[in-house]
Design a protein around this ligand. Structure first.
Ligand SMILES: [Zn+2]
Length: 388
């Protein structure tokens, strides 16, 4: 649960967002103003085959007429993406594939030939190197984007836009490529033995977190669950570090939200933890809302995997509604350098869940879910091997 102390920093973030992000959106609008892309990249469904309208069978007069690009920076998240826009006279069907040998992103453009545009265009060099336009036959063409390093399916999307006569825009093919995340090499091995795991029980001391209708405090539940997770993990041979072991503030009483949260990330970063798990309980104005959700910040290819594994574990052992996993910019998951998640175990504002969460038995089930999730994570991460 986000508390009032944190509200101020959220408000400031929103202000920053308004100051920086909005003007840059309008910069992007000079290219395309009706692009369905306001959410963080990680949460956008990936459209790998973009279809606008049926294409005529006979030899076409439809052409790739021009192409342009820009890099869009998100001042809040610190991420950036390259957008490439290709104008076509009429609708086309586009499919895309990644070729690791290139490394390249290959777009097959059905229904349009290469028109009067440069054979190749140099791009920014960091996110993508250049795009080349190639004739396939009398009806079809290809656009091949050369990349500095191979990317994942989740790192790009391709879609088409209809013509917009009011704004004098033709049919368009749009390609968004996210800037690669910093390369941190992980070599996870299966099993919990000798893993360094930081458990962060949310809130504590002067900060109770959310409080339920029957006065159960979030900080008490998160510590109860965290202590049980610690015991189970240590039984399995893991090294566990807790950001707090008792009902205290981690930084100090009544510290600023950032100092308090930073103190928690330092525990993980200074001890070179393998993973970081922050435990919270949600709250909402409607008391009937309930369920479990897990949040991650995509710093590596392992953050979303960790979130999925722990969410699955919590839902399996706790049996509350599965609210899913989501990317989010919470401080503790963003500023820890290792894969990390923030789990909202249930809703303290829901009287039934408040009661459950305060029991030893249910806290034990939640802890079991987190431990199962961690075990599953390390075995799946080991299969992925090193790399990002
Ligand atoms: Zn909380």
């Amino acid at each position: 649960m986000l508390n009032l102390r944190r509200f101020r920093s959220i408000f400031l973030s929103l202000l920053l967002f308004m100051m920086f992000f909005v003007p840059q959106i309008s910069m992007a609008e000079t290219l395309d103003n009706n692009v369905p892309d306001a959410r963080p990249a990680a949460s956008v469904p990936i459209l790998k085959s973009a279809i606008s309208l049926p294409v005529a069978g006979a030899a076409t007069t439809n052409q790739l007429n021009s192409a342009r690009w820009l890099v869009h920076k998100d001042a809040v998240e610190g991420t950036s993406k390259l957008r490439l826009v290709i104008d076509t006279s009429d609708p086309v069907i586009v499919s895309s594939t990644l070729d690791g040998n290139g490394p390249q992103l290959v777009l097959d453009i059905k229904g349009a030939v290469v028109g009067d545009l440069d054979d190749s265009i140099t791009l920014d060099g960091q996110i993508a190197e250049k795009v080349r336009f190639i004739k396939k036959d009398g009806n079809n063409s290809q656009a091949i984007v050369d990349l500095p390093a191979m990317i994942d399916d989740g790192d790009y999307k391709v879609f088409t836009l209809k013509s917009d006569t009011a704004n004098k825009k033709s049919f368009r093919v749009v390609v968004d490529i996210n800037k690669p995340v910093p390369k941190v090499v992980y070599n996870f091995t299966p099993g919990l033995r000798n893993k360094v795991i930081v458990i962060d029980p949310g809130h504590g001391g002067s900060d109770p977190g959310a409080i339920g209708p029957n006065k159960v405090q979030e900080k008490t539940v998160t510590l109860g669950v965290a202590q049980k997770v610690k015991a189970m993990l240590e039984n399995a041979g893991a090294k566990v570090l807790m950001t707090r072991q008792t009902d205290v503030d981690v930084y100090g009483p009544n510290a600023s939200a950032v100092d308090e949260l930073k103190a928690r990330t330092i525990v993980a970063n200074n001890n070179k933890a393998d993973v970081f798990v922050s435990i919270h309980i949600n709250a909402f104005s409607n008391p009937t809302v309930g369920g479990t959700a897990t949040y991650y910040y995509q710093k590596s290819n392992y953050d979303a995997l960790l979130a999925t594994c722990i969410q699955d574990g919590l839902v399996a052992t706790g049996g509350l509604q599965d609210r899913g996993t989501y990317p989010a910019g919470f401080y503790v998951i963003k500023r820890t350098t290792m894969p990390s998640i923030l789990a909202e175990l249930g809703f303290i504002s829901n009287p039934a869940e408040e009661k459950l969460l305060s029991t030893y038995q249910f806290q034990q089930q939640m802890a079991q879910g987190i431990v199962q999730g961690l075990d599953k994570f390390f075995s799946q991460a080991a299969k992925r091997g090193g790399g990002l």
